[in-house]
Design a protein around this ligand. Structure first.
Ligand SMILES: Cc1cc2nc3c(=O)[nH]c(=O)nc-3n(C[C@H](O)[C@H](O)[C@H](O)COP(=O)(O)OP(=O)(O)OC[C@H]3O[C@@H](n4cnc5c(N)ncnc54)[C@H](O)[C@@H]3O)c2cc1C
Length: 463
């Protein structure tokens, strides 16, 4: 008899491993299949965690080189030990992936090692063995989208995975794609000494972000030395000589030109990864972009098979995948799992950071919603001045009639942490007035949030 589970999750990324832990906590007999040697998926192995480790290390290098002197701290000759920086990144990743292994043991989740394939309703094959499962959860994640004519070799032309592993700082790094992954990795290598050029097809960075924040972001990164080629497409790469010669064309068409790079990072987005799962054979429907089609309970077109995370529609973010994992596990255990897609924060971990939650002005205009804007600059925040980090502002959008918060957009120091206050406020249906009337510690960066909330009603105090 093959082993039987209540829930068998395929993929141990933040969607899958969290779903498995929650299902096990709720008393369901749970297994999680993962074909990588370590748990944690893209996020822990080659995504969120290693990129944040390098962002942190490179920011320390940047501070030592350019910022500490301003504070009266002299550090003499600053040197870079890239090998140590990479080794530290590896240690951080390993501590996190081992942490998930520990959590699996603690919660009695069985890790099925190997590639899983769904062989029929309620049966999954992993590494030649068949398992029975009342419920199968596809949490197979995503992969980088390739760019035709610019083939990734993970040495001179790299995906984000290779971009986290470079053995030396490139002289000139060209990043194709002005999304958050390209900008974060571009920031890392610029801080470590590379000249960085970002080539973006659209006329703006991080599409979907509030336009005003996007413009400020471009200006701030430009001040740091990042060069931008917007409205430009890369149509080919020549690797016959040393380095890479890219062929660029204006997005709207026109004369081609060449751009030489030592390393090219292709970061034009990610797409759902469902290869080898056998979804076709069992009749699980995919949409036109290869994502698994699910209903609001994460059920696919085949009874007993569910999907979550990057493999389905929605923002490709670790915390969105986690929320879905928890909601699905709770539904499978007879509870009422739910994800509020209106309140999913997004953060770009450059410095300054950029963070947003809820609607942008552009979306509110499209919806025809009347709204008020409250803004407050970090130049007028005492803590930001004390830190020497005054670039950016907080921008809040509130319903013109009810004052309910509809969106929050921040560029500035620790924006990724500041946004949590506004996500909670929005989750509770708070008004701008609620945030404005809440006592905020002084001197804190959060006071800029409070002042922006006051500004919604035209009564900011410190500007
Ligand atoms: C460089 C980079 C930086 C990022 N930074 C952030 C960030 O700061 N914040 C954020 O929120 N998001 C970030 N992301 C996105 C985040 O990593 C993803 O949104 C998240 O990992 C999605 O989780 P998931 O569980 O859906 O899938 P994944 O994490 O992709 O995990 C899927 C797992 O399934 C496994 N798998 C697939 N098929 C099979 C099979 N047939 N059998 C067994 N196993 C299988 C894969 O090996 C993989 O381990 C980043 C991504 C990248 C690439």
């Amino acid at each position: 008899m093959s082993e039987a589970f209540d829930v068998l999750v395929i993929g141990a990324g933040p969607g899958g491993y969290v779903c498995a832990i929650r299902a096990a906590q709720l008393g369901l007999r749970t297994a999680c299949a993962e074909m990588r040697d370590t748990l944690g998926g893209t996020c822990l192995n080659v995504g969120c965690i290693p990129s944040k480790a390098l962002l942190q290390s490179s920011e320390h290098f940047e501070e030592a080189n350019h910022k500490l002197a301003d504070h009266g701290v002299g550090v003499g000759q600053v040197t870079l030990d890239l090998g140590r920086m990479m080794a530290r990144k590896g240690e951080v990743v390993s501590a996190n992936t081992k942490g998930v292994e520990f959590l699996f043991r603690k919660n009695k989740v069985t890790w099925l090692k190997g590639a899983a394939r769904i062989t029929g309703a309620g049966t999954v094959e992993v590494d030649g063995k068949t398992y029975q499962a009342k419920n199968i959860v596809v949490a197979s994640g995503s992969e980088s989208i390739p760019l035709p004519g610019v083939e990734v070799d993970e040495e001179r032309i790299v995906s984000s995975t290779g971009g986290l592993e470079l053995e030396k700082v490139p002289g000139h790094l060209v990043v194709i794609g002005g999304g958050y992954i390209g900008l974060e990795l571009g920031s890392v290598w610029r801080r470590l000494g590379a000249e960085v050029t970002v080539v973006e097809y659209l006329d703006r960075l991080v599409p979907g972000m509030d336009t005003e924040i996007g413009k400020t972001f471009e200006r701030v990164l430009g001040k740091q030395g990042v060069k931008f080629r917007l409205k430009t497409k890369v149509v080919g790469a020549d690797t016959s000589g040393e380095g890479v010669t890219l062929k660029l064309e204006p997005a709207a068409g026109g004369a081609a030109e060449e751009l030489r790079a030592d390393v090219v990072l292709v970061a034009i987005g990610r797409r759902a990864y469902t290869a080898g799962l056998g979804l076709d054979a069992v009749g699980v429907k995919l949409d036109e972009r290869g994502r698994v089609v699910v209903d609001q309970h994460f059920a696919t077109s085949v009874p007993g098979i569910y999907a979550i995370g990057d493999a389905i529609a929605g923002p490709m973010l670790a915390h969105k995948a986690e929320e879905e994992g928890v909601a699905l596990a709770e539904s499978l255990a007879g509870q009422h799992g739910h994800v509020n897609y209106g309140v999913i924060p997004g953060v770009v971990y450059t410095w300054p950071e950029v963070a947003s939650v809820g609607d942008t002005e552009e979306v509110l205009k499209q919806k025809g919603t009347k709204y008020k804007v409250g803004k407050f600059p970090f130049t007028a925040n005492g803590r930001a001045r004390a830190m020497g980090d005054t670039d950016g502002f907080v921008k809040l959008l509130a319903d013109a009639d009810t004052d309910r918060l509809l969106g929050a957009h921040i560029i500035g120091p620790d924006a990724g942490t500041l946004i949590a206050e506004l996500a909670i406020a929005m989750e509770f249906g708070a008004s701008a007035e609620d945030v404005a009337r809440t006592c905020h510690a002084h001197p804190s960066l959060n006071e800029a949030v409070k002042e922006a909330a006051l500004a919604v009603d035209g009564r900011a105090l410190h500007v």
